[in-house]
Design a protein around this ligand. Structure first.
Ligand SMILES: Cc1cc2nc3c(=O)[nH]c(=O)nc-3n(C[C@H](O)[C@H](O)[C@H](O)COP(=O)(O)O)c2cc1C
Length: 366
């Protein structure tokens, strides 16, 4: 693995290792994949500005999120079905997160139960919630999370319906016989339909099971069922950030689901400044979608994110070499991140701000 230079090397190996249906599911986006590619391009358009003759012999990169201390501002984001990439699935991810002293955000649609993931390692974990149409089931799921060792719940709000992921439609995406949506097995919802004529089994599943009528007022119900901090995942606008504050949400993940949901929207990094403006330091803001280089972490923090999450990149590592591959991908990104910090002349993530970016390249959407 030492001969791998950047994270795309891991992507290439994972492509060889896993079935095409799984690879397309992981790497695809919705419709024309405009937002998928915009997520990556927008980072490239933001230009760094260097300060010289700064002591960069030590870089402070640790941070704290909801009382969890992590070594670097990079988390492992919510990705469904890790067993599509490696038989150890989410257990490998939990162990990698512990080795890296970072937080893993477990998907509702995991291929290992939330209880098994909780006990697989000692590092802090968060749980990503999809709101099921069956409120009793949702309540039971939240109570299972409360009873395990999770430290926060991230409610995904950008998926009232599954984005039209055409690769999955062509492939008639469904699950192999030995992989289940383990969290839902006890409710007899552990399998995806097998599309007969055409279509994605996941899109059919989400269409039947995921609640598309919830509104801000339903968050009170969620709060009444947990004492864990609630984070909104998939928020993109100034107005919604204001609503999140009004409803006393404790954190925001600016995200477009890695370009898998609404196609044709801005990239996450372009949305970040207006969310930062609305939140005015009252709660923590995180970001995902499109992080492919350590410099993207620097740019995100300079624009006001406290930390960022990756999705596909660590799944490439998982598909390439299991737990060690996740660690390999993560370490490459952190090495790039620290190198960038040194080259721009910044020795502390708390000092990262707009002064390290070329003004004209800062996204400015209101
Ligand atoms: C294969 C795959 C599965 C995902 N599953 C979920 C999920 O179950 N819940 C969720 O909130 N987001 C899910 N996401 C979105 C990620 O949490 C994250 O927003 C996205 O991957 C970030 O973009 P990136 O892949 O460019 O890093 C998934 C993303 C991928 C690639």
């Amino acid at each position: 693995m030492d001969d791998l230079v950047n994270i795309l090397d891991f992507q290439n190996i994972s492509k060889k290792n896993i079935p095409k249906m799984a690879y397309d599911y992981i790497n695809g986006g919705s419709n024309d994949e405009l937002t998928l590619s915009r997520n990556v391009m927008a980072f490239r358009n933001i230009l760094l500005k260097q300060k010289i003759l700064v002591d960069v012999s030590k870089i402070k990169s640790s941070t704290t999120l909801f009382n969890s201390s992590i070594d670097n501002p990079l988390l492992l984001g919510a990705v469904s079905l890790h067993k599509l990439s490696h038989p150890m699935g989410e257990i490998a991810t939990a162990q990698a997160a512990e080795a890296l002293n970072t937080i893993m955000l477990l998907s509702s649609l995991s291929s290992t139960s939330l209880e098994d993931v909780s006990s697989a390692s000692n590092s802090d974990k968060w749980f990503q919630l999809y709101w099921n149409k069956d409120r009793t089931l949702t309540k039971d799921l939240v109570h299972r999370v409360n009873g395990s060792k999770y430290k926060a719940i991230a409610l995904t709000v950008d998926a009232p319906v599954l984005g039209h992921r055409e690769k999955d439609v062509y492939n008639k995406f469904t699950l192999p016989d030995d992989i289940y949506l383990e969290n839902f097995r006890k409710y007899a919802q552990g399998k995806l339909p097998v599309p007969q004529q055409s279509g994605s089994g996941l899109a059919q599943y989400v269409g039947h099971k995921t609640e598309d009528s919830i509104t801000w007022s339903d968050l009170d119900w969620l709060k009444s069922n947990t004492n864990l901090p609630i984070i909104i995942k998939g928020l993109q606008t100034y107005e919604d950030a204001k609503l999140a504050l009004k409803h006393e949400i404790q954190g925001i993940i600016v995200s477009n689901h890695g370009g898998r949901q609404l196609d044709g929207s801005l990239s996450s990094i372009e949305c970040l400044p207006r969310v930062v403006d609305a939140v005015d330091d009252q709660i923590d803001i995180l970001l995902d979608s499109g992080i492919r280089r350590g410099s993207d972490i620097v740019k995100s923090i300079a624009l006001g994110a406290k930390a960022v999450l990756i999705g596909r990149p660590y799944i490439w590592g998982l598909g390439a070499f299991g737990k060690d591959g996740i660690i390999g991908v993560y370490n490459i990104l952190i090495k790039e991140f620290l190198t960038t910090m040194k080259l721009i002349g910044c020795n502390d993530i708390n000092k990262l701000d707009h002064s390290f970016l070329e003004d004209h390249s800062i996204p400015n959407f209101s």
